[in-house]
Write a protein that binds this ligand. Structure first.
Ligand SMILES: [Mg+2]
Length: 362
């Protein structure tokens, strides 16, 4: 999206303490209590870490990434829960489906975060704020969860902004306010600057984005190579990256050559349903959602046709594959006998793979 002067506007949505918020939604009896999602505290002897915790738990000084044993010392009476990634992913998928509707281009970056570009339909920051409110309302209404949204001229500032006023916040950074917003920030707030880089920068006397922005680029290049240019740009509020739909080129398909050619509508339906089921199982196993369903038919005389139909939104639903494939089959049914039928899905998007470091711990 671009504002009136042709500047881009980007939104970043981040769910508020997602794992613990999901747990609280699933069991209302723990609402209002300090909830810590992570490894088993084992009465204070556990060796894992905190994945996420509720805002009530944060008031005890607990935060994500903290050793679970330390969290236990700070608040032994908190509700300690194991990470249920399967549940979080399922709910995440539903939320992303809701939010994607508002986007011209949509980029999910983790289980609970996404960038939203709404193209040219939102022309200024005022309309962008209205849109952000609408998104927050829908997420709360349909999924019972709150999120925070950052609105800014580019992705990295939008991401910093979504984190600025949590939970349940909207933070707007207009181009003219960008430097006042960014420069006082600690360098750890800049996406992509990790612990190690922070230490190296600190050794150079650089602690804030403003200091990094003012640093000699040649010095940064000498120290960090090309990455030095990038971090200097980010510290200056410059980020050229576009919101990218993550569509893999891959496809998943399966086909069946029949022992005897078929023409019976019931048999055709049964075959398409079975093939769709196999495709669905494969695509789910590979953690993809799909946007396009394909059909392949071969008549007994080897005339072969393929058809493809693209859905309004990416899906993980088996019935959608079946229905779409059967819909495309109507064109061919009743016009001969088939020796082969095939069903596939393309325009695949990877479901969340981030936060995998958590599974390394647990
Ligand atoms: Mg989050």
């Amino acid at each position: 999206m671009r504002d009136r002067s042709g500047e881009k506007i980007t939104l970043h949505m981040d769910m508020d303490s997602f794992y613990s918020a999901v747990e609280v939604r699933e069991r209302p009896d723990i609402r209002g209590l300090p909830v810590v999602v992570g490894s088993d505290p084992k009465g204070g002897k556990g060796r894992g870490v905190v994945s996420t915790c509720s805002y009530e738990a944060r008031s005890y000084g607990i935060h994500s990434g903290m050793p679970i044993s330390k969290a236990y010392r700070l608040c032994p009476d908190a509700v300690y829960l194991r990470v249920n990634m399967k549940l979080y992913k399922e709910i995440s998928e539903n939320i992303m489906r809701t939010v994607r509707v508002f986007a011209d281009r949509f980029q999910q970056v983790s289980v609970d975060e996404a960038y939203i570009d709404v193209g040219d339909s939102v022309i200024d920051y005022e309309s962008a704020i209205l849109l952000a409110k609408k998104i927050k309302c829908e997420v709360l209404r349909l999924h019972g969860l709150t999120c925070s949204i950052g609105i800014a001229p580019n992705k990295s500032i939008a991401k910093i902004a979504s984190d600025f006023n949590k939970p349940d916040g909207i933070t707007v950074v207009r181009p003219e306010d960008l430097k006042d917003f960014l420069f006082p920030m600690h360098i750890s707030k800049i996406p992509g600057i990790g612990k190690k880089t922070q230490q190296l920068l600190r050794a150079m006397g650089i602690d804030t984005a403003g200091q990094l922005a003012a640093a000699d680029v040649q010095l940064l290049i000498a120290r960090f190579g090309k990455y030095g240019i990038l971090m200097h740009q980010l510290a200056n509020g410059v980020d050229m990256r576009e919101v990218k739909e993550r569509e893999a080129v891959k496809s998943v398909s399966t086909e069946d050559t029949f022992e005897e050619d078929i023409s019976d509508p019931l048999e055709i339906t049964r075959s398409i349903t079975e093939l769709s089921g196999k495709v669905h199982a494969a695509v789910i196993k590979k953690s993809f959602r799909f946007r396009t369903v394909t059909l392949k038919v071969r008549y007994e005389d080897f005339r072969t046709y393929t058809r493809a139909r693209t859905l309004n939104a990416a899906s993980t639903d088996k019935e959608t594959i079946i229905k779409t494939a059967l819909g495309m089959m109507e064109e061919f049914s009743g016009k001969g006998r088939f020796r082969l039928l095939g069903v596939g899905v393309t325009k695949l998007e990877k479901l969340d793979k981030e936060q995998t470091f958590l599974t390394d711990f647990l």
